[in-house]
Design a protein around this ligand. Structure first.
Ligand SMILES: Cc1cc2nc3c(=O)[nH]c(=O)nc-3n(C[C@H](O)[C@H](O)[C@H](O)COP(=O)(O)OP(=O)(O)OC[C@H]3O[C@@H](n4cnc5c(N)ncnc54)[C@H](O)[C@@H]3O)c2cc1C
Length: 489
C-alpha cells in the first residue's frame, strides 16, 4: 500500500534507466523513491538484452543516441568497479564480406570518428583472424573498436537499486502505476491496487510503457514501437569461440544478428528484430532460431545448434523518431524518457545524468550529500576464487561449502547473500547468482533454491514464485518434500 512520505522525486520504472536515475539522485540531499510493477527491478528489456556496452559508431552524429552512448560507455569502468558488477572491455568487430559491405563499414568508421569514439581501427580479414581465428574465411574487412564491452545487465540494475537504497532511496516493487495527477501539493501517483504516492517531481522511465505514462501526464506523444528480439545462449564449453563481440554491417532497423560473448563466460547469438502488435509477447520461435543460426554461422562457422542451452526474447521500445526522446511536462517537474531502445543499456548512466540535469532545470535543488557511498559491498563469486580464498570464505561461513547449482558451481552462501541483497524470487536468485543458468537450466537446483528463499524470507515454500505473483512453483503436495529435511543439494 502507498506510503505517506512526500518524496522530492519518484522514479517510475525500475529498468537499467530508472535504477541509474535513482542511484544518481541518491547522491543528493533529497528523498527519492522508485516504483516498479514487477516483483524485482530489471525485469523489462533490461533483463533480456545482449549486454553489449556499445562503442558508439552505430549512431548518427549529433543524435542523443550517439552522444549518450559514447558518454555512457566511458562511465562503465568506474560504475562497475564501484558496484562490483561483471564488466569486460572485450572489444567489438563489425565485419564485411563483400565490396558493398566494405563500403558501408567504412561509413561506420567515419561515423565513429565524428562521434568521438576512441580506439577504432580497420583491419583486413587476415589481421582480424589473427585476433579471432574462428572468424569466417570470407570476411575481408573489419572495423574493430577496443572500447566495446560486455556487462551483466540485470546485475547492473539490481546493484544500482541496492546502492541507491543504501544511500537512502526507497524501492517499491509490485507497484504498477495506473494514474498520475497534479495539484497544489505536487504529483499524486496511484497504483493499480489502490496505493498512493506523493512527489514534487517525477521521472517516467517505464520503458516500453513510458508512452502510456507520458499520456497520463497530458503529453501527446507518438506510440512506441514494440520490436521483439530473440536470443540463444550457448554452452560455456564453446564460450571461447570468439573474444570480441562480432557484428555484421547493420540493417536500417537493427544492428543485425550478432555473436556475443557474455560477461558470465557463455556465448550468445541474436537478436532478431521483429515489430510486434503487442508489448508483452515474449515467445521464441523455430523461425527466429533458424534465422539467427544462418546469420551467425556466416560470421563464425563453428557455431552449432547442438550447443544451444537456453533462449529468451526481449522487447525493445522502438523509438518512432529513431532517437531517444526526452520530454517534460508540468513546467519541467515531470521528466519523460521515451524510446530508450538500443543503445539504452550503454547510455543508461549518461541518460541518468541528463535526467538529473532536466530535473534541475525544472527547479529541483541538487546539493551533494557529503556521506554518499558509491560502493556496494563486494559479492563473493565462489567459482572465481583461488583454492586458498575458497578455504578462507568457507571458514568464515560454512554455507559457501554447500554447492547448490552444480552446473554453475553456485553455493548456498551466494544464494543467501542474493536474498539479503534483495532477491525475492527464483528468477531474482538466478539472475543475481547464475543458479539455474547452466546446462540443466535449474532442473536440479530449483527445489533447493525455493527452500533457501523460503527460509531466508520467513515464508512458506508455497509462496515462493518464479517471477512474482501468479508464478508460484509448488502445489501443496510438494510441501511434504520440502518439509522432509531433504538437504542433499
Ligand atoms: C533483444 C534486445 C537486445 C538489446 N541489446 C542491447 C545491447 O546489447 N546494448 C544496449 O546498449 N542496449 C541493448 N538493448 C536495449 C536495452 O535493453 C534497453 O535500451 C534498456 O534495457 C532500456 O532500459 P529501460 O530501463 O528504459 O527499460 P526496461 O528495462 O524495460 O524498464 C522499464 C521498467 O518499467 C517498468 N514499468 C512499466 N510500466 C510501469 C508502470 N505502469 N508502473 C511501474 N513500473 C512500470 C517495467 O516493469 C520495467 O521494469 C537491447 C534490447 C533488446 C530488447
Amino acid at each position: 500500500m502507498g506510503e505517506k512520505t512526500h518524496y522530492d522525486v519518484i522514479v517510475i520504472g525500475g529498468g537499467v534507466v530508472g535504477t541509474a536515475v535513482l542511484r544518481t539522485l541518491s547522491r543528493y540531499q533529497l528523498k527519492a523513491a522508485l516504483l516498479e510493477k514487477h516483483a524485482e527491478v530489471g525485469w523489462g528489456a533490461t533483463k533480456a538484452n545482449s549486454g553489449i556496452v556499445h562503442a558508439g559508431f552505430h549512431n548518427k552524429p549529433g543524435s542523443w543516441m550517439a552522444k549518450l552512448c559514447v558518454a555512457g560507455n566511458q562511465m562503465y569502468d568506474q560504475l562497475c568497479d564501484e558496484l562490483d558488477v561483471p564488466f569486460l572491455r572485450n572489444g567489438l568487430m563489425m565485419v564485411a564480406r563483400t565490396q558493398e559491405e566494405e563500403e558501408i563499414l567504412q561509413q561506420f568508421y567515419q561515423q565513429g570518428l565524428a562521434n568521438g569514439v576512441p580506439g577504432m581501427e580497420i583491419l583486413d580479414g587476415d589481421a582480424a583472424r589473427r585476433l579471432e581465428p574462428n572468424l569466417a574465411e570470407e570476411i575481408t574487412l573489419v572495423l574493430r573498436a577496443s572500447t566495446g564491452g560486455i556487462v551483466a545487465p540485470f546485475e547492473l540494475a539490481a546493484a544500482m537499486a541496492e546502492n541507491a537504497a543504501a544511500n537512502g532511496a526507497d524501492v517499491y516493487t509490485e507497484v504498477e502505476v495506473a494514474g498520475i495527477s497534479h495539484g497544489d501539493d505536487g504529483f499524486t501517483i496511484t497504483s493499480k491496487d489502490g496505493g498512493t504516492w506523493k512527489a514534487t517531481y517525477i521521472v517516467n522511465s517505464a520503458g516500453l510503457f513510458s508512452d502510456d505514462l507520458a499520456r497520463m501526464c497530458g503529453l501527446d506523444v507518438p506510440s512506441l514501437i514494440p520490436r521483439k528480439g530473440e536470443e540463444y545462449i550457448l554452452d560455456q564449453r564453446v564460450g571461447n569461440l570468439v573474444r570480441h563481440t562480432i557484428f555484421p554491417v547493420p540493417t536500417p532497423k537493427s544492428k543485425g544478428i550478432l555473436v556475443i560473448p557474455t560477461a558470465e563466460g557463455n556465448l550468445m547469438i541474436g537478436p532478431t528484430a521483429l515489430e510486434m502488435p503487442y508489448k508483452d509477447e515474449l515467445s521464441t520461435t523455430a523461425e527466429g532460431l533458424d534465422e539467427i543460426l544462418s546469420f551467425t554461422q556466416r560470421l563464425v562457422p563453428k557455431i552449432s545448434r547442438r550447443d544451444i542451452i537456453a533462449s529468451f526474447a526481449g522487447i525493445r521500445s522502438g523509438s518512432p523518431t529513431g532517437d531517444f526522446i526526452f520530454e517534460t511536462s508540468h513546467e519541467g517537474k515531470a521528466v519523460h524518457l521515451l524510446g530508450i531502445e538500443s543503445p539504452g543499456l550503454t547510455a543508461a548512466p549518461a541518460i541518468a545524468e541528463h535526467a538529473a540535469e532536466m530535473l534541475a532545470e525544472g527547479g529541483l535543488s541538487l546539493i551533494e550529500k557529503p556521506d554518499f557511498n558509491p560502493r556496494r559491498p563486494k559479492v563473493i563469486r565462489f567459482k572465481q576464487l583461488s583454492d586458498e580464498e575458497k578455504e578462507e570464505v568457507i571458514k568464515e561461513n560454512p554455507l559457501y561449502a554447500h554447492v547448490v547449482c552444480r552446473c554453475e558451481t553456485i553455493t548456498e552462501g551466494e544464494i543467501v547473500d542474493a536474498v539479503r541483497r534483495g532477491a525475492r524470487t527464483v528468477d531474482g536468485v538466478k539472475f543475481r547468482t547464475r543458479a539455474g543458468m547452466g546446462r540443466c537450466q535449474g532442473g536440479f537446483c530449483t527445489p533447493y533454491v525455493v527452500k533457501i528463499l523460503a527460509r531466508e524470507l520467513g515464508v512458506s515454500p508455497l509462496e515462493i514464485t518464479k517471477r512474482g505473483k501468479g508464478s508460484e512453483l509448488l502445489t501443496a503436495e510438494a510441501k511434504s518434500f520440502l518439509k522432509g529435511g531433504e538437504t542433499n543439494a
